[in-house]
Write a protein that binds this ligand. Structure first.
Ligand SMILES: *Cc1c(COP(=O)(O)O)cnc(C)c1O
Length: 338
């Protein structure tokens, strides 16, 4: 079926490549063939999965006549960095509402946000956790009072509009599979604010793609994602209603890999990142893709993906979040890296 896409800006370099990993398949695959959907290549400084969502979100903001994008996240948020750069690219203002105290020297994503000219407001964890909706509303009203019109984008760009980004990606990936002669596959991604997993799962269902979709949780747990994704799909359905529904795709969440917490990773994750870089020249990040890839390998060993040979890991980006955690890669320099 063809999906009734709403307005969309062309910001990402699409389609992204579907790449086979020969050495990783042989050494780590346990009989599976491992592939990567290179959504880390949607752009350069704007790269990653958030750019796919922003194509639809920024189009909506423009349709509404907005001149400002307000969004929120942690200091090293990939989504906030992408939003700041996209705003600059479109001649709009960006305002980032961030969780955590402003560091003396900005690094990684935060540095890029500053470079793009975004206004940044930092709030302590506790205040951010309890008052985020009010803070966003305060800033929206602040701009309204000054004659500007701001569009507020939720965490990670995950809502009924951002969902279109990964519906389109599901369509793209189904075409990639046909081109590569892959008859059936598991699709595995990291899930943080749920939008990527929501879009891929809904897309696979609507398109009847031969894919079993999994999200490795990197922040919350299965219960959280089931509720969040159901909510995003309801929001999507209420806004666009162009399809019979509302559809209820299967949502598969893999728990057990969040520890020691969102944005922090175990030594095994850092080792997994180093291993993939060396084996395949593929760079993962500690917050999302490294954690998810490590979880995927463990679950593969446990037999979770048995019965389907091909596994496509959706590389959602995140490279700039790697540099602020440079100290955790000391083992690479010491040569203890095998
Ligand atoms: C945001 C992000 C994710 C998670 O995607 P969601 O749609 O928020 O679940 C995964 N990987 C990277 C690099 C991200 O920035």
């Amino acid at each position: 079926m063809s999906l009734p896409y709403p307005a969309r800006l062309s910001l990402a370099r699409l389609p992204t490549p579907l790449q086979y990993l020969p050495r990783a398949s042989e050494r780590l695959g346990r009989g599976h063939r491992l592939w990567v959907k290179r959504d880390d290549l949607t752009g350069a400084a704007t790269a990653g999965n958030k750019l796919r969502k922003l194509e639809f979100i920024a189009a909506l903001a423009r349709e509404r006549g907005c001149d400002t994008l307000i969004t929120c996240g942690v200091l090293q948020s990939n989504h906030c960095r992408a939003t700041a750069l996209v705003a600059a690219q479109l001649g709009m203002r960006a305002h980032l509402v961030l969780r955590g105290e402003a560091p003396r020297r900005a690094d990684g994503n935060l540095l890029l946000g500053h470079l793009a000219g975004a206004r940044v407001s930092c709030y302590r964890r506790r205040q951010y956790a309890s008052e985020l909706p009010q803070l966003l509303e305060q800033w929206r009203a602040h701009y309204a009072e000054r004659g500007a019109l701001a569009h507020v984008i939720p965490t990670g760009g995950s809502d009924g509009t951002g969902l279109w980004g990964y519906l389109a990606a599901a369509e793209e990936l189904a075409a990639d599979m046909r081109a590569a002669g892959i008859e059936a596959a598991h699709w595995v991604c990291a899930t943080g604010s749920g939008g990527t997993l929501a879009g891929l799962s809904l897309g696979a269902e609507l398109l009847a793609a031969p894919a079993t979709v999994w999200g490795v949780a990197v922040s919350d747990d299965e219960r959280y994602f089931l509720d969040k994704i159901a909510e995003d799909i309801r929001d999507w359905y209420a806004r666009y209603r162009a399809l019979p529904g509302p559809p209820q795709p299967a949502i598969r969440v893999i728990d057990g890999y969040v520890a020691p917490g969102y944005g922090r990773a175990s030594p095994q994750v850092f080792e997994c990142i180093a291993r993939l870089a060396r084996l395949e020249g593929l760079v993962l990040d500690p917050t999302y893709t490294g954690k998810a890839f490590h979880g995927m390998l463990e679950q593969m060993e446990a037999g979770r993906f048995a019965g389907i040979e091909d596994i496509v890991f959706v590389h959602t980006g995140g490279i700039f979040g790697l540099f602020p955690q440079r100290d955790r890669f000391a083992f690479v320099r010491e040569g203890g890296h095998g």
